[in-house]
Design a protein around this ligand. Structure first.
Ligand code: AKG
Ligand code: FE2
Length: 301
């Protein structure tokens, strides 16, 4: 097995403790220690500005059906750009820091972590901008074609991220809820859905579980990141500060994750953007371990 996944003594100190892992299991989220240096967060800002100005090291060979891909013609709305780890080497270099994968592996209790997706996000500092609101959802809703329930997301702001910037907000413990089910329209992305419908879905799922909805906006200091389980409900509010909220949502899969066929009620099969990009496995399925699109971040086996 490869030896390239190594941590320094100082980095080992930054891993979640057993108590932190127990907290993640109970609450469905974990605010990390300082995993990125100030130089690295500075470089994320600079590299993202170069990206927004059009810099690419390579581009996707095909346009997947649901690609988020802001460009300046879209104007001053919330920006979402997928596959930045594929298209931009400067961003990829920092996102592929092994420490991030090692923290995720601890939390998910697995030996291997691969990138699943990376989305560069920019919330302009415009108080009433409707596109800045991220409705309640959990990420597994969009990942029905993934077999694993251990997937997780690192939300990585490039600066201190307080509530007034519209930081990510966790619905505490909601990853343990059973879903009411049946309504598989949830697999549609939140950008395509009615916000009040999603608010109502959250309330109904909570009462079905006899649970209270506890919404926790996470104040994230610069260099730290917030991890959430793929079934933890989350969303975020307006950016009422005078600064843009800059972040990357780094979606991660455990080593065992695989494509699975997941039939939907409309007769189609759940798909993910990868399905038109990645290589095939020997039995003909999209390969979610394709190193071009889903590089390994961490392996300790
Ligand atoms: O941008 C946000 O506040 C939420 C991002 C998100 O949905 C995620 O990281 O999974
Ligand atoms: Fe999300």
């Amino acid at each position: 097995m490869t030896l390239e996944f190594k941590l320094s003594e100082e980095e080992i100190e930054l891993l979640p403790t057993d108590e932190d892992v127990a907290f993640y299991n109970e609450h469905g989220w974990y605010l990390s220690k300082k995993l990125l240096t100030d130089d690295e967060t500075d470089e994320l800002v600079n590299a993202s500005e170069r990206y927004y100005a059009g810099e690419r090291d390579r581009t996707l060979p095909a346009a997947p059906p649901k690609l988020a891909y802001w460009d300046p013609t879209k104007g001053n709305v919330q920006r979402h750009n997928d596959y930045v780890h594929f298209e931009h080497g400067g961003l990829a270099k920092i996102l592929r820091k092994p420490l991030i994968g090692a923290v995720a592996a601890r939390l998910a209790q697995t030996h291997e972590i691969r990138i699943f997706q990376s989305t560069l996000i920019y919330k302009p500092p415009i108080e009433g901008e409707p596109s800045n609101i991220v409705p309640w959802h959990f990420d597994k809703h969009y990942w029905s074609s993934s077999a694993s329930d251990r997937m997780l997301t690192a939300f990585i702001p490039f600066h201190d991220c307080p509530p007034e910037m519209g930081t990510i907000t966790m619905v505490d413990g909601s990853h343990r809820w059973k879903e009411i089910g049946s309504d598989d329209t949830v697999v549609r992305h939140f950008a395509e859905r009615d916000r009040s419908q999603l608010d109502q879905m959250l309330a109904e799922n909570a009462s079905y579980n006899g649970a209270e909805v506890v919404k926790l906006p996470i104040t994230i200091p610069r260099g730290h990141m917030n991890f959430h389980h793929c079934r933890t409900y989350h969303g975020s509010g307006a950016n009422i500060s005078d600064r843009p909220r800059r972040a990357i949502s780094l979606h991660l899969q455990d080593g065992d994750n695989r494509y699975r066929e997941f039939p939907l009620s409309d007769g189609t099969t759940a798909a993910y953007n990868h399905d038109v990009l990645v290589r095939r496995t020997s039995d003909g399925r999209p390969d979610y371990a394709d190193p071009e699109y889903c590089p390994t971040l961490w392996a300790d086996r």
